[in-house]
Ligand binder design. Structure first.
Ligand code: PGA
Ligand code: ZN
Length: 391
């Protein structure tokens, strides 16, 4: 496919904030953006400036490329780096451009996007759904832990999606009973916000999981994204009730939670540079200990985490590294080295379902797309279509 037309514009993301959208041969995609970003993520350019630079400097450049496969995308990225790259144009510009290229490729060849990566993927994707949350994703009183997650333990992705949605509705009714100030408020990722304490939410998660199992006969695994980097100030983990924990106390607390609630998944339990601390938690629990701010989809940091035995799984967010090629390489590295890759949305999302296509094409075993709100549902519905049409 030859790139014949390219332009960029500013549109809104799911938080109502501006973001760059790129159109290639008439097909558009935009860049998502996090709120709880790791400081080692690839650099973003302010969207209006990114769009101006794109329209002034990148249009003719893009029209010199023909993209058939991942090697072509790699060649394009190398050229892009040679004219200034992410440093000059921003990771948001590069990711929006590459997503739009994938979308245009799919329309040109009348093939689903996933076929760009793999003609015949074979993976039953498990989902992780954020059902209650606080931290950087909520305003007002909310939990310290950023995300309370569930993962229906089933190979049938379609069943998992409907069961998770049922769980999300069921727990709201329970929150209403326990939390007198509960008004069915949802945060940036569509998870319920509550003034209950973290441990109360975890207890509620367990009891809801039992109820859902009774109804659907599906085990529900429980997990958390601590996003602990956001709590970390001047060497301490500072909680909303004024309590602060030392590194050692935080480590003990996480291990206690893991064991007491039988947590299947724990993301970012410590600040973003404590590779050794992660490895203590990993050694003393059987949970899937996962890096997000720790690893930022950056293969060098994933390698460091591997060497330190810090984690068992890695969050993969294409916009953290700003490149589809590097995202592919990170996923490949994880699989070759026994780390579980988990493909993830951002809290500020686009209305596109394309990351579901990419996750399927890269054959990742888990996705974390949320479970509520149009921009999250767009990704889950895309998964439903993929699995419907699968041979
Ligand atoms: P973000 O957070 O998209 O707001 O950075 C999501 C996460 O921490 O997993
Ligand atoms: Zn995270």
């Amino acid at each position: 496919m030859k790139i014949k037309d390219a332009k960029a514009r500013v549109v809104l993301n799911s938080r109502g904030n501006p973001t760059i959208e790129v159109e290639i041969n008439g097909y558009h995609e935009a860049a998502p953006e996090g709120a709880s970003k790791g400081s080692n993520e690839a650099k973003y350019k302010e969207p209006t400036e990114a769009v101006r630079l794109f329209n002034e400097e990148l249009v003719d450049f893009l029209k010199t490329f023909e993209i058939e496969d991942l090697d072509d995308l790699k060649a394009f990225e190398e050229s892009f780096m040679s004219i200034g790259g992410i440093e000059k144009y921003g990771a948001n510009t590069l990711i929006a451009t590459e997503l739009a290229i994938l979308r245009a490729w799919s329309n040109y060849y009348k093939e689903p996007v996933y076929k760009f990566f793999n003609k015949h993927p074979s993976v039953n994707i498990r989902i992780l759904a954020n059902v209650v949350g606080g931290g950087a994703h909520a305003k007002g009183k909310s939990t310290d832990i950023q995300e309370f997650l569930i993962s229906p333990r089933t190979e049938d992705t379609r069943v998992a999606i409907f069961v998770a949605s049922y769980f999300h509705k069921l727990i709201a009714g329970k929150l209403e009973v326990l939390d007198k100030s509960f008004l069915y408020g949802r945060n940036d990722e569509g998870a319920w916000t509550t003034s209950l304490e973290d441990f109360q939410v975890l207890a509620l998660m367990k009891s809801t999981a039992e109820d859902v199992k009774m109804t659907y006969d599906v085990e529900i695994d429980i997990g958390i994204d601590y996003a602990a980097n956001n709590l970390y100030k001047n060497g301490y983990y500072v909680y909303k009730n004024g309590k602060f924990l030392s590194r050692e106390e935080q480590i003990e607390k996480v291990i206690e939670l893991a064991n007491f609630y039988n947590l299947f998944y724990i993301e970012d339990p410590l600040e973003e540079n404590d590779f050794e601390g992660f490895s203590i938690i990993r050694e003393r629990t059987s949970s899937l200990i996962v890096g997000d701010d720790l690893t930022v989809t950056n293969i060098e940091r994933i390698k460091k985490a591997l060497e330190n035995k810090s984690i068992r799984g890695v969050i993969i967010k294409p916009n953290q590294i700003g490149s589809i090629v590097k995202t592919y390489e990170a996923v490949k590295f994880c699989k070759e080295n026994g780390l579980v890759p988990i493909f993830s949305h951002r809290s500020g999302e686009t209305e596109s379902g394309i990351i579901a296509q990419i996750a399927y094409g890269m054959e990742v075993p888990f996705v974390k797309f949320g479970i509520s709100g149009g921009e999250r549902i767009a990704k889950l519905n895309e998964l439903l279509r993929i699995y419907e049409n699968r041979p």
